[in-house]
Design a protein around this ligand. Sequence first.
Ligand code: ATP
Ligand code: MN
Length: 426
Amino acid sequence: NGDLEWPKHSLHLSLFLATAGSSTDCFSIPSSAHALMGQGKKGDSEEGYDAAHWNSSSQSHPPWLRFHLGISRWQLYDHKDPNLRQLEEQLAFSRIVSAVQKTGGTQLKLLMSFPNYGQALFKPMKQERNEETNHNLYYFSDFERHNAEIAAYHLDRILGFRRIPPVVGRLIDMVKEIKDITTDRKLARTFFTSPVGNTCFYGQCSYYCSTEHAVCGRPHVLEASLAVMLPDLSLAPRRSWRSPWRRSYSRSKLAQWENNAKYCESVKKSPPYSQGTRLVDLIDMAILDFLMSNMDRHHYETFEKFGNNTFLLHLDNGRAFGRHSKDEPSILAPLVQCCRIRRSTLLKLQLLALPQYRLSDVMRASLSRDPLTSIAPLLSEQHLTALDRRLVTVLKKLRRCQEQYNDSVIYNDIPGHLNFASEELQ
Ligand SMILES: Nc1ncnc2c1ncn2[C@@H]1O[C@H](COP(=O)(O)OP(=O)(O)OP(=O)(O)O)[C@@H](O)[C@H]1O
Ligand SMILES: [Mn+2]
């Protein structure tokens, strides 16, 4: 892949990766590789890791490093990035040399490392694919689903956002790939054998980390999702933003936006939503979340270096795809209340509503390249059908917006774009 040159553009992350590694333009690999390993690495031995022999030529860079260097102000990876497939393969098949619990967040997660110093965030399977979240369970006590993390990555890419770090599914040998190699004593101590002889563990976390909620293998093989880790926070600090349309996370309270139809007026006037693409980006996120029925978008993150003028990271999608039989219209509140959408998003949605590019078909095809598909489809047909149904709802809401506000609905992010008849929401 000779086309993967060192990004020279100042908007690229490579610039601060470079300055973090050395004082010259090309950063010296070994020192920065160590810096990139971050906190999860402390206390581990070097055993099992490859000798780092990368030099400043991008040819020798491992896929995870190419991914880090390719992150730009507007997206995590390029539309035609040839590295994506290699990155997915590394996540799916590379040997796991370390597995420790990842702190932060409320549910059990592991940080896994590969011989080439790449790292991934592991989330275990907790629910069967065709199981629906219990209707009496509040969104904030729902489980996280490994297949939701995987499907969310595919959906985000199909929608053209590229704001979710690549995720793949993988069968993990809980004994050989976690218990036997972990240096995390607290994690190791939670392993046990279930009454039917399956290997289980529950880890330490603030939610669902108990014998009753243990994660069990069959007998020691476990399905999981592995998401590529973003550059370490010490090299690429991120800012976490509270969503203006955040839910109350309470059984009794409503959030402001739930009973104030004019809520968007005030959001529109307040920075950073009053400028640039922040508001339409938030609406993109609401559309993504409505399609996959994710009610758990309390925060989003951005890379600090890019300031306010940048894309929004859609991390933590484990609570999506919980119910296929029900849609949750309130997730679309940002779109319905603001009546605004990026032209590029609208065009994509319209394309995916056509029979020949039907969203469910594109998703099914895309998900079929994930290794776990050989066990069972990552999304049941019912979930795929729900995607098409919800897409129709989004387009209907947009039509209503256009009836009310005409031209002010579309935010033109495609300069020079002509108004073709096909684009109108008739
Ligand atoms: N791919 C990634 N690379 C680096 N950091 C990540 C990645 N995905 C998530 N994180 C970070 O890890 C933290 C926890 O992840 P996540 O939100 O998925 O877990 P959680 O247990 O659901 O958290 P919470 O309970 O706060 O919602 C997040 O704050 C996020 O910043
Ligand atoms: Mn979460």
